[in-house]
Design a protein around this ligand. Sequence first.
Ligand SMILES: *Cc1c(COP(=O)(O)O)cnc(C)c1O
Length: 353
Amino acid sequence: MAGHGIIRRYREFLPVESDTPIVSLNEGNTPQIETRNLVNALGGGFHLFIKFEGLNPTASFKDRGMTLAVTKALERGARIIVCASTGNTSASAAAYAARAGMTCVVLIPEGKIAYGKMAQALIHGAKTLEVRGNFDDSLELVRELGEREEIEIVNSINPFRIQGQKTAAFEVCDDLGEAPDMHFLPVGNAGNITSYWLGYNEYRNSGRTSSLPRMMGWQAEGAAPIVRGEIVKYPETVATAIRIGNPASWEKAVRAAEESSGTIDCVSDEEILDAQRMLARTEGIFVEPASAAGIAGIVKSHSLGVIPEGSRVVVTVTGHGLKDPGVAIENAKSKSTVVNPDLTSVLYAIGLG
Ligand SMILES: *Cc1c(COP(=O)(O)O)cnc(C)c1O
């Protein structure tokens, strides 16, 4: 059942009944790609696997939680789903609401959403509101809306989001045949690191694996409340998907890092953009800036000697690079060349003239 969505594949681990009306776009079952070029570029010494979550139906991992959140909302008879979003949650909510025949309302910070994500919310027909404020302001409004009976909140404060997202850890273990030694990923609202830690623990407790990875979470320097130990009132980073000043799952994320002997640290926007470009150039994998934070975390950890020789490392790249073409074109640091329509001009332009 690997191709039929995460609820059918992992239903024994999820809160669904035999007659639950499943809303799915066949999410999950994403590729886990071993990346030797990147490791060699860093000087070698460990095995790196990229869990490419940008290949979900709406091009981010958010679909794993959304399939379950929307399924449960439909099951209880809600008609409207609502979320605050830096972009990917709204893209996913809009698509799954369309699939379920429900109304979707998304609140996004004015002017701060990547172009591709805005396109997704609009094309799927979500009522899209730009709030004159940041993500945290939007989430506060959503909490108030959620008190109405007919409305279901599908932000990661919805417990089913975490339940659905934990299936990514199951897939990592199923693919590797065991849990990895370390798991790197970006941290925004901290729902995903919480989900992976839950998933790894459930798999070990069920006897499918025998160990747990160290959880290595990465915030952006300008939006690093967990690292600094205080709310960041005006978070700023090029990685808009992790531009969060007051994470919803803050304590759970800290616990995941502590219990696993891992860490939550931060990387600069420059390190994030360098990592995005490096991954695209060395491996042919194009991710959005927030996803590159985990890659930047690997670069940093490797340079500090934190990754043990021979260890098996997994990094989740959370969203596809096409979500944010504007940043990519800037960050490519190369431009197209206009040529005359003759071979001499073309040869000259590619350095063979
Ligand atoms: C949502 C998101 C994150 C952050 O995940 P959290 O669960 O909020 O920590 C990172 N990258 C991308 C692409 C996302 O969409």
